[in-house]
Design a protein around this ligand. Structure first.
Ligand code: PEP
Ligand code: MG
Length: 833
């Protein structure tokens, strides 16, 4: 007999994951191996995960392994090495989402309400309210007992059920990411655990049915973990419940043991992790938000959540939420928080947010399914960027005229091997079905750089963006690339697909790709597999060298799509992910604009098609330049589509062309920004005082509500694009001195870059509210454009302040019968034409 003594070095003690590693090593030997915890005096069969967990071993506990059997020498050596070298690494924390940026700042109108918040990372925008539920947890007390048949029959059932469960976990393991892999592995260890299996068998032997045996076993081990001194271990009780419930499903079928994900009312669901299929099972009409303690912004579940417009946070601390289970909470998936107490002011804040969202949706509805077209009839197709076929539906319901960029990298990420041809083919066919005749540009894999794929083992590089990325890795991974191209070509038989190659920098690469494609076409022809013989081939225009051989490229490919994200970084030699040089990363640099103008002209001169699919496409402020360029298409994330179409409809392409000419003559990006700001001001001749900015007898109850409502109204009337930022500017002044003037009047004011059309907004309140030290019932809000003429701001402000001193002026305003009457009074008294 050999004995090995050591201290437990694992911060979370021996829980399911490390235990499954210990069990795996021990099971390689015939010897009997016993784990003893010197502190708790509990011993366990080290070949059983559950038994090991039962020793309640925590950090620093003195432990002993006794090994007895014919291979004890080799087992001892192997275990000593394992305990010293591998065991400490078995407890690497499971990936939680890194908090890339600090929490997003709250708008002042919200922050002033001092809401009680738990923060997380915002990954799917929007807000929602509902009962906080923990999903994934299964309650065995609610499961009805099932009568036993004969013992033999029950034993057969159990055996088969366990086999089915193991096969199912093994299948999932094949496509699992690191995190999923570890969790699934721990689950597999439980399902194959000797103690677990013998507990199940012992329950059957006393005449229980499989169902009752599983329930009793779940409770037995659940209790054991619940009683552990480690919080971490107590939480692992969930794993037991999960495995036992899956076992019930495997034995009796999912219909009999339907997953307990049924929502009964508006719910905010929290889970450690949620598989895409679990997410799909949830009733979306009741699911108002999702909180995941794990999961990154690109996990499939998160992508699904985005496409169903379910507000979602990841990396949220599940423990802090426990206290609020079954209570009403509010999630904001844009700002990244859960509000755990919904005060009346907070509730009113979000009522106003809903009102604004509804108004915007109503307005955009008119453009959503219209083709992108300027006021003077110039077409600019508005397409969507997607990363998975599951996003295609929502892209088209947002009004996408096509898919301008299907980034396929994600299909290769977060898994242990590349997808096979049929899997890809099915995904592309799904997208084709959603497109219903519209075209889809599928970009072949752009792996490397900032998009690593572990199983390709591409070594880390000093300059990944200038390194082994996209087309540059294709030769080494040719079979994988060919598989993708075959899948695209096969799918092209069913819909309008186009192929696009990323990061092309030379003619050699284009010719090489064409050769590979020709080979695959030949293969397919000889296999009698149908495909679109005329499938267009295009390239991303994102490396500047292509701009100088664009004429030659036009002879070889059918279309181009400008990758403005990369083209900016490569043209300006600025790493797009390096915060230190971010100020040099500016797509408004005249050099960049001139490059765009050159390539668009050249491509059109050769009768070819050119779009743009980088982030620039969704930037409303830059849209006049993109329309001026004469691009054929811009492609962006789907939610930006309706707003973009609306903006295009208000622009005149000839004016935009002139604007672009001027912008290209500017010497700095800042000059271009000013030019764009001025252009926006000339776009509408909305007067300073207008009835649509005047509201009477409103039920607003605080300074925050007034400022928010008036700023939101400026957004709705098209005078400002970022109402929260405008409101923050107004608050910056209020912080210095409150603008209550006495007599029930207040004049909040700002000169801000966030107001495009200067405005005087008016709000007469139903009841007076506190405004600093004063009370106010009549609020006149001045928001003047930063670029507007000189001291107009102060002139109007002081004229107004002087007038308010006169009772007659105040009475006129207080007693006015309509917004138009107030408009007339202000225009006359302030001498505004
Ligand atoms: C781009 O570079 O603009 C682009 C669309 O590609 P990605 O962001 O995927 O590199
Ligand atoms: Mg790119």
């Amino acid at each position: 007999m050999k004995t090995l003594s050591f201290r437990c070095e694992l911060p979370n003690g021996i829980h399911a994951r490390p235990a499954s590693h210990i069990e795996a090593v021990c099971n390689r030997f015939d010897s009997e191996i016993i784990w003893t915890n010197g502190r708790t005096k509990l011993s366990a069969n080290a070949k059983s995960v559950l038994s090991l967990i039962g020793t309640d071993t925590l950090l620093d506990d003195p432990c002993q392994l006794t090994i007895d059997g014919h291979d004890e020498e080799t087992a001892f050596a192997a275990l000593r090495e394992f305990i010293e070298k591998d065991l400490p690494a078995c407890d690497a924390p499971l990936e939680t989402t890194e908090q890339e940026d600090e929490h997003l700042a709250l708008p002042r109108n919200l922050a002033n309400l001092n809401p009680k918040l738990i923060r997380g990372r915002a990954v799917s925008a929007g807000f929602g309210q509902g009962q906080l539920l923990h999903i994934g947890a299964i309650n065995f007390d609610n499961i009805e007992s099932i009568a036993a048949t004969t013992q033999d029959e029950e034993q057969d059932r159990l055996k088969q059920g366990l086999e089915t469960l193991k096969t199912s976990i093994n299948i999932q393991l094949k496509a699992a990411t690191h995190t999923e892999f570890e969790v699934l592995n721990a689950h597999l260890s439980i399902a194959t655990d000797r103690e677990f299996n013998s507990t199940l068998a012992s329950k059957l032997s006393i005449g229980k049915s499989c169902a009752d045996a599983v329930i009793a076993t779940a409770k037995h081990y659940g209790e054991m973990m619940k009683n552990s001194s480690s919080t971490y271990l107590r939480e692992r009780e969930l794993d037991i419940r999960d495995v036992c419930f899956q076992l019930l499903q495997a034995i009796y079928g999912e219909q009999r043991f339907a997953s307990q994900l049924e929502l009964t009312g508006p719910s905010i669901c929290m889970a450690d992790d949620l598989t895409p299929s679990q997410f799909l099972e949830l009733d979306k009409s009741k699911l108002k938000g999702l909180l995941l303690t794990h999961g990154g912004s690109t996990s499939h579940t998160v992508i699904l959540a985005r496409s169903f417009a379910i507000p979602t946070l990841v990396g949220i601390d599940g423990n802090s939420l426990q206290a609020y289970l079954n209570q009403e909470v509010l999630i904001d998936g844009s700002l990244g928080f859960v509000a755990t107490e919904i005060s009346e002011p907070l509730s009113r804040y979000y009522q106003q947010e809903s009102f604004v969202a509804e108004q915007v949706a109503k307005r955009q509805e008119a453009y959503r399914f219209e083709p992108g077209c300027s006021q003077d009839g110039k077409k600019l197709e508005v397409a969507a960027n997607i990363a998975h076929s599951v996003e295609a539906d929502s892209a088209f319901t947002n009004g996408a005229e096509a898919i301008g960029l299907f980034r396929t990298e994600m299909l290769y990420m977060d898994r242990s091997n590349a997808p096979e041809e049929d899997e890809l083919y099915n995904i592309f066919c799904q997208a084709i079905e959603a497109a219903n005749g519209k075209s889809i540009i599928i970009r072949t894999i752009d792996i490397g750089g900032d998009k690593p794929v572990d199983y390709l083992n591409i070594p880390a590089e000093n300059n990944p963006f200038l390194g082994y990325r996209a087309i540059r890795i294709y030769q080494e991974f040719l079979p994988m690339v060919k598989t993708q191209l075959r899948a695209i070509l096969r799918a092209s038989a069913h819909g309008r697909l186009k192929i696009m190659i990323p990061m092309i920098s030379s003619m050699e690469e284009i010719l090489w790709v064409k050769d590979v494609l020709a080979e695959i076409r030949q293969e397919l022809r000889s296999e009698h597999i149908p495909f679109d013989e005329k499938i267009p081939l295009g390239i991303m225009l994102e490396v500047p060298s292509v701009a100088f051989i664009i004429d030659q490229c036009c002879e070889e490919v059918d279309f181009f799509s400008i990758g403005s994200n990369d083209l900016t970084q490569y043209l300006m030699a600025v790493d797009r992910d390096n915060a230190k040089v971010l100020k040099n990363y500016n797509s408004l640099n005249p050099a960049f604009l001139r490059t765009l103008d050159h390539v668009v002209n050249e491509v059109h001169r050769h009768g070819k098609w050119i779009g743009l699919c980088g982030e620039l496409g969704a930037k409303g402020s830059v849209l006049p330049l993109l329309l001026g360029l004469g691009l054929d298409e811009i492609s962006m994330s789907a939610p930006s589509i309706p707003a973009t179409k609306e903006r295009i409809a208000r622009l005149d392409s000839r004016e935009c062309r002139q604007l672009l000419n001027k912008a290209m003559q500017c010497r700095t990006a800042l000059e271009v920004e000013h030019l764009l700001a001025q252009f926006r001001m000339t776009q509408s001749d909305a007067p300073l005082v207008a009835a649509d900015c005047i509201s009477l007898d409103r039920d607003l109850r605080s300074k925050e509500e007034v400022i928010k409502t008036l700023a939101d109204n400026l957004y709705l009337t098209g005078r400002c694009r970022y109402p929260n930022k405008l409101a923050d500017d107004l608050w910056a002044r209020e912080d210095v001195f409150s603008t209550g003037l006495g007599f029930g009047f207040a004049i909040p004011h700002t000169k801000s870059e966030h107001i495009e059309q200067s405005a005087i907004s008016v709000c007469r309140l139903a009841k007076p509210i506190q405004w600093g030290d004063e009370e106010a019932r009549f609020v006149i809000m001045l928001t003047l454009n930063k670029h507007a003429a000189g001291d107009q701001h102060m002139k109007i402000f002081s004229r107004l302040a002087r007038k308010i001193m006169h009772a007659e002026f105040r009475d006129h305003l207080m007693n006015a019968e309509s917004a138009h009457q107030i408009e007339a009074i202000l225009k006359a008294e302030l001498e505004i034409i």
